[in-house]
Design a protein around this ligand. Structure first.
Ligand SMILES: [Zn+2]
Length: 371
């Protein structure tokens, strides 16, 4: 295991921040990049990373790391330092309001421009050339703030990987995975191994999250090429939401880590004895089909359904109760699907998102993710 420290803050700052990555195996073969807790205080993700590091060290000693694995066990040292009134606050940068998982560079257009006329009939050569240009484009991306330096450092490690897994958690949630619509078949085994309750896919979710910065350049470039210029979508990227923020225990983390390692084995990056897949725990659904239940007024929130429940349109999901008058609004599903995410606090103000249901039929467009 190689330990690499990456400075994030520039000189003259009053606070020094750095990021740590661990590398297993050797560069040159298939590469996996795994980062945990881009929104900082996402402990389920960071605990899985601890389990991954221990197991990867053992696998490396046994000669079972066939490719290369880069692990960033705490991807957001800037956000980890943010606390407001004794509560960790890691989703947005306090100085700028920027979500740490939005605003990554969209490299598809500059990639196509940089490669104009350079790709040919050899798919492997094309992949090598695309990766080289992507590395250069990330390197050239200006990072004039600590937040952008962090984003650039993370993306620089991920951009040439075959598999990118971005480990997060939700407020309260069943395990769910975000993926590219172009890569659902390749990521369906991951959903099985992790026993995900939802596999949500889109071509463009909006807001330029980290996983899209990795996979979208490939699909956008491939769409512009003719049959004489083959280009596989050589970067599989997914965001895994490891349930809710207080679902933290050793056994769950160890199981999640092992599921991830088994997926890397399927991808030819590790060698494990166990093979085969458990039955599917969900079917892929378009992110455009996910219903967001928003609070129509302030009130106390009482959920009527459990996470992971299959619900039908019209089912009551939660009651919203005015704390003075007792007037109650029942929030209902408008789609058939899996109730997979909800809030951890139980008093909300008007407009807050209080739940998500993974439906099958697309009906939304535009920005599909939360802010
Ligand atoms: Zn997150």
């Amino acid at each position: 295991m190689q330990t690499i420290r990456h400075p994030i803050s520039a000189s003259h700052g009053s606070v020094h921040s750095e990021l740590t990555s661990y590398r297993f195996g050797q560069p040159g073969g298939r590469k996996a990049y795994i980062q945990a807790a881009l929104h900082a205080d996402e402990v389920p993700a960071m605990l899985v990373a601890q389990s991954l590091r221990t197991r990867l060290q053992m696998l490396e000693q046994q000669g079972r790391v066939l490719g290369e694995v880069v692990l960033v066990p705490a991807a957001n040292p800037l956000g980890l330092a943010q606390v407001i009134n004794e509560r960790p606050f890691g989703r947005f940068d306090l100085a700028t309001g920027i979500n740490y998982n939005r605003g990554y560079p969209a490299l598809g257009a500059p990639l196509a421009q940089a490669l104009a006329g350079q790709l040919g009939p050899d798919a492997d050569a094309n992949v090598r050339l695309v990766r080289a240009r992507l590395r250069e484009l990330v390197e050239a991306w200006p990072a004039s703030s600590n937040v952008n330096q962090l984003k650039k450092t993370l993306l620089g490690m991920a951009i040439d990987a075959d598999v990118v897994l971005d480990l997060h958690c939700d407020n309260e949630a069943a395990l769910h995975i975000y993926a590219s619509s172009h890569q659902v078949a390749e990521l369906e085994p991951l959903a099985r191994l992790m026993q995900a309750s939802a596999l949500l896919h889109s071509s463009v979710a909006g807001g330029d999250p980290f996983d899209e910065a990795c996979f979208r350049p490939w699909s956008e470039l491939a769409a512009q090429l003719g049959a004489q210029t083959p280009l596989p979508l050589a970067c599989l990227a997914a965001t895994i939401e490891l349930r809710g923020e207080v679902q933290v225990d050793y056994a769950t983390a160890a199981n999640d880590a092992y599921a991830i390692l088994r997926y890397l084995a399927l991808q030819g990056i590790l060698q494990l004895d166990e093979s085969g897949l458990p039955p599917a725990s969900c079917r892929p659904t378009p992110l455009e089909g996910t219903q967001r239940l928003d609070a129509p007024h302030a009130g106390m929130l009482v959920y009527l359904r459990a996470l992971g429940d299959q619900v039908a349109a019209g089912d009551a999901i939660a009651d919203l109760i005015d704390p003075t008058s007792g007037e109650t609004t029942t929030l209902r599903a408008s789609v058939d699907g899996v109730f997979f995410a909800r809030l951890s606090h139980r008093y909300v103000i008007r407009g807050m998102n209080v739940g998500k249901i993974a439906g099958v039929q697309p009906f939304r467009e535009g920005n599909l993710l939360s802010l």
